[in-house]
Design a protein around this ligand. Sequence first.
Ligand code: ARG
Length: 569
Amino acid sequence: MNDFILDDIGALLKDAVDASEDVIKRNIELPKVKEHGDFAFPAFFLAKIMRMPPPKIAQEILSKIEDLLPFGSIESAEVAGPYLNLKISPQILSKKLLAEIFDQGQKFSSSDEGRGRNLTIDLSSPNIAKPFHVGHLRSTVVGSCLYRLFEKLGYNCIGINHLGDWGTQFGKLIVAYKKFGTEKLFEKEPIFALLDLYIRFHKEAKDDSSLEDQARGEFKKLERGDPEATEIWKTFYQYSLEEYKRIYGILNATIDEYTGESFYNDKMEDALKLLEQKRLTQISQDALIVDLEEYGLGAALLKKSDEATLYLTRDLAAILYRKETFDFAKMLYVVGSAQALHFKQLFKIVELLGFNWHESCHHVEFGWIKFGKEMMSTREGNIVFLNDVINRAKELAKEIILEKNPDIEDVDKAALYIGVGAVIYADLAVRRNHDINFSWEDALNFDGNTGPYLQYTHARLASLERKFGKEIISDIDFSLLKEPEEKQLMLTLYRFPQKLKLAAEEYEPAVICGYLYELSQNLNSFYQKHRVITDDTTLTNARMLLMRCVRIVMSEGLKILGLEPMERM
Ligand code: ARG
């Protein structure tokens, strides 16, 4: 994307400031007070170099550039304290920006930064044989959003579902299945039948201590590839996946590979051998560990005394396999912050193995999500199932829509898009490191910082175009878009590509949410003062072009988040 304003500022200031154009551009800010200007150049960082107080530097720069103004897209400049504030010409802004957005359409703000580079994203990764619960929702929606964002930046993304499909709990399930399973077990909701089996196992194991041993035995069999155990495990796997895939369709999840923990069953030995060759492992209390004490990371456990491998062992095999298979430029693990130590240990081991690519691996962590009083965690015992959340979202959205627009076509489809949009947005709009207190009322508020509000903004723009009913053209009189609200909209549109970049740098979907909300608010301020379709055809054409550009950006932003840009609602 062409940063023409920043380029103009750089070119204008470069001879007046003791800094390179790049440094100048990097220091440009938005003024604290809008009336002061559209962009601000702070003089603080030059104080040391120029040995002058910042306000004086700002004055000096102004005196050097005054004669050059207007310059490109920069209309005027003035000093406020230590800042040089710059105003942009709405006419040049509209001419350059709107034509670009209109011509590029959905491609606007794409870049080729990531061209030819693979980016793997480990996302969702629920533990099979259990219903999909809200604990994996955030990973699914944040991971999918990052996937689409990086794709927009030109990366070739690979979404990997590291399913929790291996470990002693499957031994337990196999025991329970053999003991308590019936013919009809999977006739209705198989995934709940599996959950029941699991719960039943734990109940019975309280009175019968031999069950735990049997479970370990069954898992050993599974690890060795015993046909009967494998067959039963496969049934669990297939029923689980069927249900998950249905949910992924609803959530717009971006999953390319279902290579869960079981996939690494035969790859762990090689990984462990590599560690042994580098003399990184040792035996401690009969267990195989990597001592990471000197890095403040404790002991990384790779094999228990009974030879059983662990979650970390599988992640180690997985990271090596993924590097070899995808030669990723970046590898993101979208997993809750509770696993921070796990990933620190994993990346440290990769570093100790002598690989230099450990720095391209990132744990994209996030906080808890609370639904009312209930924590979304299996450990707490009160699990909230995603399916219930989706159904509730649909129901509530349907009520609201019917109230607002009783004639809407296909209300169930709209309710699904809006209800699910509300849940996804509530998850993405909170910065990752914060916990979420989910409330239905907040998420479905059509007037707040919510998914439905943004979808509604889009639907209004779509309805405006239907009402206009003619072709939107880019050959307009740009000098007509001169109202402050129009200029504000354009300045916000201009920042879309930069915001996407920032969101990618910080792995932070909330940046995009905040941006789209601001754009919606700008649009509202505009609607409050101005009408788009009037008797004045030239003005109407100009404003329709602006509205189309807002719609393009809104639609693109919503799609990256995973929300349906609604045509009507
Ligand atoms: N299944 C794990 C859990 O539910 C998450 C897996 C995350 N990915 C990974 N490569 N460890 O906690």
